[in-house]
Design a protein around this ligand. Structure first.
Ligand SMILES: Nc1ncnc2c1ncn2[C@@H]1O[C@H](COP(=O)(O)OP(=O)(O)OP(=O)(O)O)[C@@H](O)[C@H]1O
Ligand SMILES: [Mg+2]
Length: 308
């Protein structure tokens, strides 16, 4: 079974106003709720592609139940740990007249040690995990070592571990050798402590990380596609030029596309093509919508791979 892990999910509440009036009442024209979280998005795309998987993580309170209900409705499987505090709710305000977006990101709940223990028990008891995808930030108060623990447990169970996170949490956990990481340009810059400007910069930095024990480094570069670095192979895959609608969830879609292809038994080159095609397919969808397999297949043959 494939598992995704999101320790800091959020109920995203998007509201539409004509305009944002300060010191006055603003009437909501439309609102939507979305079960947000990077691992959850990987689960969604895998679900879209017909790949069985289970989303793990923490949810609590009314917002947690809302997240579960939304996922039930979408058909996405989950097995969350219920926590005593409430899952955060992020507010996204779209103004129709002025076409602005205001995002108010909430602080996550506090996770007491006994709830963390419950998660670790769950992970310890996973049966035959093939892939474990750890995505996103940690709730406040949890230390980067928690991801290291999850990596160690999953690897001991012979799972392939994918880590997609940022900053000190990513830097710390590279030393614990996840099998695959997928930093974007900025995340990679923060890991190596210098700016990644060119494809060559990305390759050099990814090789350094590969030598530290991460088997596959996928550097996602937005419209410039993805650089793949393993011990013996360096590839660069580029999407066709597209009229992008929004890039929300593109990186998570790329992670799911790569895993889909490996799950199907395809080569790493094919998996890289799927990663680019799936990420790019998501950029063509409005709002929070993510790529379907049909969307990715439409783009797949237009992705160009070159060996470096
Ligand atoms: N402007 C674009 N044009 C075409 N494809 C794009 C564009 N932006 C993103 N993509 C596709 O999506 C993939 C992942 O995008 P990106 O590098 O922006 O990930 P990310 O920064 O991790 O995104 P996320 O916000 O989801 O974490 C790219 O490798 C590419 O295939
Ligand atoms: Mg990302």
């Amino acid at each position: 079974m494939i598992y995704t892990i999101t320790l800091n999910p959020a109920l995203d509440r998007t509201i539409w106003l004509d305009e944002l009036k300060i010191d006055d009442t603003n009437r909501i024209i439309k609102e939507e709720k979305y079960a947000g979280g990077k691992g959850i998005d990987v689960s969604r795309v895998l679900f879209n592609f017909g790949v069985p998987n289970i989303a793990l993580g923490f949810v609590g309170g009314f917002a947690g139940l809302e997240i579960e209900g939304l996922l039930i409705n979408e058909g996405v499987n989950f097995d969350f740990i219920k926590i005593s505090e409430e899952t955060r709710t992020n507010i996204v305000i779209n103004t129709i007249k002025t076409n602005n977006q205001i995002i108010i990101s909430a602080k996550g709940p506090n996770i007491p040690p006994f709830e963390l223990t419950k998660l670790m028990e769950k992970i310890n008891n996973l049966e035959n995990p093939s892939y474990v995808v750890i995505s996103g930030s940690l709730p406040e108060g949890l230390k980067p070592a928690i991801y290291a623990k999850i990596i160690d447990i999953a690897k001991a169970k012979s799972a392939t571990v994918v880590l997609d996170t940022d900053g000190d949490v990513l830097k710390f956990n590279i030393n614990h050798k996840p099998d695959i990481i997928k930093p974007n340009r900025h995340e990679l810059s923060r890991v190596v402590g210098r700016e990644i400007k060119t494809i060559d910069d990305a390759v050099i930095a990814a090789k350094e990380i590969n030598r530290m024990g991460v088997k596959i480094v996928l550097v996602s570069l937005g419209k410039d596609g993805i650089v793949y670095v393993s011990q013996n192979t360096v590839m660069h895959a580029i999407p066709p030029s597209l009229k992008v609608i929004n890039t929300i969830g593109a990186g998570d879609s790329s992670v799911a596309g790569f895993i889909y292809a490996k799950y199907m038994g395809f080569s790493d080159e094919e998996a890289l093509v799927y990663a680019v095609a799936t990420g790019s397919a998501t950029t063509l969808k409005p709002g929070t919508a993510l790529a379907t397999l049909e969307d990715a297949l439409r783009l797949k043959d237009k992705v160009k791979v070159r060996y470096l």
